[in-house]
Ligand binder design. Structure first.
Ligand code: IMP
Length: 180
């Protein structure tokens, strides 16, 4: 697994610090409000597990699963809901929790979907941000660490379902994804 890695971009300690700050901010922004965190599977699962433990106010949790890249490294722009949430979000405050915003097409679609469900509000939170590839002007309300225009893996993020278990955020060697 490690032979496919070019270098570590963010260590687990740097990620932990970012998550703690974000959790503190969310706890203060949503104090006294009914908050639902919606994790976008699968990539967001480790981030969400860490984030929810950094939030000190009452919070509900649900998951949505969407298809994004399949086995490629570029977005098709087509978002298919594989598993929807179970909680009714009407009049509740929703935060969509993503692993990374790349083109922004996935979250743009999801934000529209959630807004149609009459919540009190919908905000977006992402552990990582790759701004140079954006194709929409979607606002990230809680933004973690910025990444360059390279393919990253680890801390829940995969390439062809591998590398999710790497504890750091790592840059994948380009020859790995340019292989046929
Ligand atoms: P977007 O719709 O282009 O913003 O794509 C978002 C999704 O693409 C993320 O939730 C990831 O699943 C995937 N993705 C985008 N960039 C990367 C990357 O560098 N590593 C791993 N997955 C990525």
């Amino acid at each position: 697994m490690l032979k496919d890695i070019e270098r570590v971009l963010y260590t687990q300690d740097e990620i932990r610090e970012m998550v703690h700050k974000m959790g503190k901010q969310i706890s203060s922004d949503y104090a006294g409000l009914e908050l639902v965190l919606v994790g976008v599977l699968k990539g967001g699962f480790i981030f969400l597990a860490d984030l929810i433990r950094s939030i000190s106010i009452p919070v509900s949790l649900d998951f949505i699963s969407v298809s994004s890249y399949g086995h490629s490294t570029s977005s098709s722009g087509i978002v298919r809901i594989i598993k929807d949430i179970d909680i009714d979000v009407k009049n509740k405050h929703v935060i969509l929790v993503e692993d990374i915003v790349d083109t922004g097409l996935t979250l743009n679609h999801l934000k529209g979907l959630f807004l149609s469900r009459q919540p009190a509000g919908v905000k977006i939170c992402s552990a990582f941000d790759k701004p140079c590839r954006r194709q929409t002007d979607i606002a990230i309300d809680y933004k973690g660490l910025e990444v360059p225009d390279q393919f990253i893996v680890g801390y829940g993020l995969d390439y062809k379902e591998k590398y999710r278990n790497l504890p750091d955020i790592c840059i994948l060697k380009s020859e790995v994804y340019s292989e046929k």
